[in-house]
Design a protein around this ligand. Structure first.
Ligand code: FAD
Length: 454
């Protein structure tokens, strides 16, 4: 599968400047404390962090997750999970815990902004089925992942401020908020688009894509009347979408061209205001009613950013990791949400990373660490082997993430075109008569593989 993805990346003809070469990092001072306290520290307890910790746990590798938020997140609207994500969740052993609470979406409706459906198709018409597509509450996904971790795995209210290499190159020191220091054999940065770990690795800052999104979940206590379909509504430089999640909740989003970090034009920062002002003017169908059924505090605005990474290492050097430090999820591959794949790809990362890291496990059970403590057999990693397996993980994941990032950007750029002749042709010719959904979900056919049982 990795080989297939890699060849597809190399075929990409997009001309956008690729900002991927590792910048030279001003050499941080290394510390002379040789005792490594933790085997694996995962920085960030979002989708990437918790799924990575769970995958490691399934492989008998203990980890400590450091999360800056004071407790489990209960906001963040919804996330669409496609077949590749469900596959990863099943490998992690939690797919069934979520699946039954959420509707299986089986149709797609492409609409003009007035609400006219110009193209509708079933997911069973898309090649590679059966497809699985459900929108789940982010908080529910995080809760399910965390519930399978041994107690004490996640340390909330702990922010990583700085990442430093330990002398001798076998381990990393983390400086936490409040000045506490912690050392680890392996550090995995799952700390999102503003990642401190990515900064330590001198990864380039993500680029603004030119548009922002507002999203929310509307609640209809007596039930909604939505079909099990995802609806996309396309205007000029602004679009929206909805899908039902369960009997009472409907997810919606709007995406609009906007200067970076500007409030959306004439509508303030919240979706409910957006519905009442310029953003949704002239929209038909029930999108505005759905948006209005959402309290302002249940909406989120995000400026959309991504980072393009070369699918092959530059000068033999990985574009993601170095030494015993690597990244996963948005810290590794921030991408635009147009394919709905950022979180799905984070789940894939977790499985591949744990499978590789397990190859560095030390087999004897009497290993003694340098500070004299007996290390637990199930969590002991060979520091010599760690770097190799991390680079193998990166080689497997970088081409996959690079392809998703570019494809998502292209899709978003086309959909955000605001030039009326182009949108007229889209709504009246391209979508109703030329668009074929056959290969629409090829990117969700990726299989992250299993976690070996021994
Ligand atoms: C509008 C929009 C819609 C989207 N829709 C979808 C979709 O439908 N499907 C999909 O798959 N993806 C979607 N995505 C992408 C998806 O949200 C992300 O890819 C996913 O949340 C990434 O998870 P993560 O754990 O890598 O990062 P995050 O969710 O950002 O989690 C990072 C965590 O690290 C913590 N942290 C940060 N810095 C530190 C630090 N220094 N120390 C300790 N902790 C730290 C944060 O508090 C946070 O909990 C969407 C994104 C957007 C913006």
């Amino acid at each position: 599968m990795g080989r297939r993805a890699s060849s597809q990346v190399n075929r990409s003809t997009c001309t956008r400047a690729v900002n991927a070469e590792l910048q030279t990092e001003s050499k941080p001072q290394s510390r002379a404390d040789p005792s490594v306290e933790e085997e694996v520290v995962v920085v960030g307890g979002g989708i990437a962090g918790l799924s990575t910790a769970l995958a490691l746990h399934r492989m008998g590798i203990k980890s400590l997750v450091l999360e800056s938020a004071p407790g489990p997140r209960d906001s963040g609207a919804a996330i669409a999970l496609w077949r590749n994500a469900w596959r990863a969740l099943d490998v992690l052993g939690v797919g069934e815990k979520l699946r039954h609470d959420y509707i299986l979406l089986d149709r797609v409706q492409l609409c003009t902004k007035k609400g006219k459906v110009v193209r509708e198709f079933g997911l069973d018409e898309v090649k590679g089925g059966p497809h699985e597509y459900r929108g789940v509450h982010r908080s529910a996904l995080l809760k399910v992942l965390a519930s399978e971790l041994p107690e004490g795995t996640v340390r909330y209210g702990t922010s990583v401020q700085q990442v430093l290499p330990l002398d001798g190159g076998q381990g990393t020191e983390l400086i936490l908020g409040g000045g506490e220091r912690l050392s680890a054999k392996v550090v995995i940065g799952c700390d999102g688009t503003k990642s401190a770990v990515a900064r330590h690795l001198a990864l380039p800052q993500p680029n603004y894509a030119g548009y922002s999104a507002i999203r929310g979940v509307a609640n209809f206590p007596n039930g909604h009347n939505q079909k099990s379909a995802v609806r996309q509504i396309w205007g000029a430089g602004v679009r929206a979408g909805t899908y039902p999640m369960n009997r009472t909740d409907v997810y919606w989003f709007t995406v609009f061209n906007s200067p970076e970090e500007e409030p959306c034009p004439s509508c303030g920062r919240h979706g409910t205001e957006a519905a009442g002002a310029g953003l949704g003017r002239g929209w038909g169908g029930d999108i505005l009613n759905i948006i209005r059924a959402t309290p302002a505090e249940a909406t989120t605005r995000s400026d959309i950013r991504d980072r393009w990474t070369l699918p092959k290492p530059v000068g033999g050097q990985s574009t993601w990791g170095r030494g015993s430090v690597t990244v996963a999820g948005d810290a590794a591959h921030p991408m635009t949400p147009n394919l709905g794949q950022g979180g799905c790809a984070a789940l894939e990362d977790a499985v591949v990373l744990a499978r590789e890291l397990a190859k560095a496990k030390v087999s004897n059970d009497t290993k003694t660490s340098q500070n004299g403590h007996r290390a637990d057999k199930s969590t002991s990693l060979d520091p010599q082997a760690v770097e190799d397996v991390l680079r193998r993980y990166e080689r497997e994941r970088i081409p996959r993430a690079a392809k998703l990032t570019v494809q998502s950007w292209v899709y978003g750029t086309l959909l955000q075109i605001g030039f009326p002749p182009v949108t007229f042709a889209r709504d009246n010719v391209v979508v109703p008569y030329l668009f074929q959904p056959d290969h629409w979900l090829d990117h969700t056919l990726y299989d992250c593989g299993e976690l070996p049982t021994s």
